[in-house]
Design a protein around this ligand. Structure first.
Ligand code: AP5
Ligand code: MG
Ligand code: ZN
Length: 214
């Protein structure tokens, strides 16, 4: 099963992608998580990516495409994967199609998690991420058992650098300009499916399992 998660920043792509990965036993591939891990480890890629991410801008296509193509070529991806945060531009989508075509593969579904801009700003302000394992929570909608501490690994939780309100607005603009056109792209390919992302996390997931099958 090969699935792409589409949606605005904060729509819940990561939240749902993790649940899909667990239920259907496929790897969760998040380009945002890969960049954040590189930043944390101080790699060259991380240094380059950080300058764009901190401004709410997209990292240039050439830094992203090879990374994902390499990743989907790995052993654990033969049965499928869920892509979260990639593709994000038409050139990225075209590059993915070409790479998969060469492998004799194709994407089954592109799932668009729909959330209006008004809801996004509120969600991002309440999001907290673990400094250790990267798990994501929300102060109100997905709280930890113990305040400020990760349920999984016990480390501290922080507000992501790019979740400050000014940067969120910038990311939303970038989303509308560069990423939203992918909705038409995958509609034309006949694989777009839409789910309402404003309902409870479990209800969004139920809608997704109806699409992907039990
Ligand atoms: P990335 O990490 O992908 O960020 P994003 O797309 O902006 O999305 P987010 O991770 O912010 O949101 P999400 O949809 O995953 O929501 P989440 O599940 O956390 O990318 C970061 C940056 O990296 C980019 O800005 C760019 O610079 C760069 N980058 C990455 N990929 C790139 C690419 N392909 N090309 C170029 N640059 C790239 O949920 C949000 C919050 O809401 C959480 O707190 C969650 O608990 C809560 N929540 C989730 N669902 C619900 C619900 N149903 N109800 C209530 N609350 C909910
Ligand atoms: Mg995410
Ligand atoms: Zn953790």
């Amino acid at each position: 099963m090969k699935v792409i998660m589409l949606g605005a920043p904060g729509a819940g792509k990561g939240t749902q992608a993790k649940k899909i990965a667990a239920k259907y036993q496929v790897p969760h591939i998040s380009t945002g998580d890969i960049f954040r891990a590189n930043i944390k480890n101080g790699t060259e890629l991380g240094k380059k990516a950080k300058t764009y991410m901190d401004q709410g801008l997209l990292v240039p296509d050439d830094l992203v495409v090879d990374l994902v193509v390499d990743r989907v070529n790995q052993e654990d991806c033969t049965k499928g994967y869920v892509l979260d945060g990639f593709p994000r531009t038409i050139p990225q989508a075209e590059a993915l199609d070409k790479a998969l075509n060469d492998l004799g593969q194709k994407v089954d579904y592109a799932i668009n998690v729909e959330v209006p801009d008004e809801n996004i700003i509120e969600r991002m302000g309440g999001r907290r991420a673990c400094v250790g394992c990267g798990a994501t929570y929300h102060l109100v909608y997905a709280p930890t058992k113990k305040e400020g501490v990760c349920d999984t690994c016990g480390r501290e939780l922080i507000l992501r650098d790019d979740d400050k309100p000014e940067t969120v607005t910038k990311r939303l603009n970038v989303y509308h300009e560069q990423t939203q056109p992918l909705i038409d792209y995958y509609t034309q390919a006949g694989i777009l499916r839409e789910v309402d992302g404003t309902v409870d996390i479990e209800d969004v997931f139920r809608a997704i399992t109806l699409i992907l099958g039990e």
